[in-house]
Design a binder for this molecule. Structure first.
Ligand SMILES: Cc1ncc(COP(=O)(O)O)c(C=O)c1O
Length: 433
């Protein structure tokens, strides 16, 4: 639909208008290019699939049930009756919109209740919630740092962290993925050239499912006088005995990290993001960060849902244990079957790396036909040549779900590879002709 819209807009202005000539620029869209190339090879478009209900460990698409490995509902809390009740009550009291920016339009009780609960979770002074996880990183980094500063980020840091670094105007240093030696070499050489500096990492890397060396990152931040931001999008609810995240995993006092960031869209079943930090930082962000000041407040219903999800997470650590157990099973079974799971450590995110983007696409399609939904991840989300199927695992997945999926990957991968090889050979022959 969207594409048709662009086509119409372009043609109305003769395709060439500078304001509307988006069709010409579509060649820049990597996903679009891949879909188009896939279509030439006979692949169906895997994007924008419509689920007919809540996407949990299983999901319904086109009237058919699929085992679903594309949900962030790690703890199987989405659709929990207590969430529905909390949301219904919040909607009754406050409606579905915050109506305006909290700074000027005021807030509702669920905003502060959620912020207090998250600050307590990390044992820090305060917390700010934003309406989007992506905007949380963009707005926080973009606002807090400037031209004289430096942002040192992991080479595979999420797009939102990188975009925030760009926006800030600070000098951006990307260190080799999960490599503290590479970071230290950069800090040694560059840190003194800047006023403020921050190290930015994820608590569990979203593409590879591996964990950063948090103790060493803390030591480096102290040694080189930097701040440290940890994005817990995929580690909150996933790591540690009670799901408190990467600090609990390492047994580290959370106050050693300057800013705990996470999205609210994953284990906490809502939408938005937060920064949990000192009162000074939170106040600074609440009074100036554009994604907070110039954006509407989080809908109170979402704040109520996230708070309830957090309560359930803390009350029922068995969800976290189940998730960890089934994730470890997934990793072990996949490795036993000879699949390339990269650096994954068996916590909620496990990739099966196949290399070529088209192979990943055809493999996903073959699995879909067998009732398994797992999305292909290709460039630019990951480096060229490391395309993969990314499996998000939920506490509700069973060992049978895992075996069914992995066995299907093993059976379908050679066919996907053969389809792509045959196409490549054919096109080479044509080019030579
Ligand atoms: C590591 C990381 N940070 C930030 C975000 C953005 O969060 P949201 O999708 O809730 O806006 C994501 C999204 O997947 C993520 O994986």
């Amino acid at each position: 639909m969207k594409n048709d819209h662009f086509a119409q807009a372009g043609s109305a202005h003769g395709q060439g208008g500078r304001a509307t000539g988006f069709n010409r620029m579509r060649s820049k869209l990597s996903f679009d290019r891949l879909v188009e190339m896939g279509a030439r090879m006979g692949m169906k478009n895997p994007l924008f699939v419509c689920h007919e209900g809540a996407a949990k460990a299983t999901t319904c698409i086109g009237g058919k049930e699929y085992i679903n490995f594309s949900t962030y509902d790690y703890l199987d809390i989405n659709t929990h009756p207590e969430l529905t009740e909390a949301v219904t009550e919040a909607a009754r009291l406050y409606g579905t919109s915050a109506g305006a920016s909290r700074l000027v339009g005021g807030e509702r009780p669920p905003h502060r209740v959620l912020e207090r609960a998250i600050a307590d979770l990390y044992g820090v002074e305060d917390c700010i919630i934003y309406v989007s996880g992506h905007a949380t990183n963009v707005s926080t980094l973009g606002f807090m740092f400037g031209a004289r500063d430096a942002i040192f980020h992991d080479g595979l840091a999420h797009n939102s962290l990188v975009q925030g670094a760009f926006l800030s105007g600070a000098t951006r240093y990307s260190y080799n993925h999960n490599d503290c030696d590479s970071l230290e070499a950069l800090l040694r050489e560059k840190r003194d050239q800047h006023k403020h500096a921050i190290i930015v990492t994820e608590g569990l890397f979203s593409m590879d499912g591996n964990i950063p060396d948090l103790p060493r990152l803390i030591a480096l931040k102290q040694q080189y006088d930097c701040m440290l931001l940890v994005d817990e999008a995929h580690s909150l609810g996933v790591l540690g005995a009670t799901g408190r995240g990467v600090h609990e995993y390492f047994g580290i006092e959370p106050g050693a990290v300057d800013m705990w960031m996470s999205t609210l869209s994953k284990s906490l079943c809502g939408c938005g993001g937060f920064i949990a930090a000192s009162k000074e930082i939170v106040e600074f962000l609440k009074l100036g960060s554009p994604g907070f000041v110039f954006s509407v407040g989080m809908p109170p219903v979402i704040a109520a849902a996230c708070k309830k999800a957090l309560d359930i997470m803390l009350r029922e650590p068995e969800r976290v244990h189940k998730l960890q157990k089934i994730s470890q099973y997934f990793l072990k079974y996949a490795q036993e079957k000879g699949l390339d799971t990269g650096a994954a450590q068996g916590y909620a995110v496990v990739p099966v790396i196949v290399g070529n983007s088209m192979v990943a696409g055809f493999l996903a399609q073959a699995l879909f036909q067998r009732g398994i939904f797992a999305m292909p991840i290709t460039f630019p989300a990951v480096k060229e040549g490391t395309a993969r199927l990314r499996f998000f695992i939920s506490a509700a997945h069973t060992e049978e779900h895992v075996r069914t999926a992995i066995d299907a990957v093993v059976e379908e991968l050679p066919g996907a590879q053969a389809t792509v090889d045959a196409y490549m050979q054919q096109t080479q022959v044509k080019e030579q002709d």
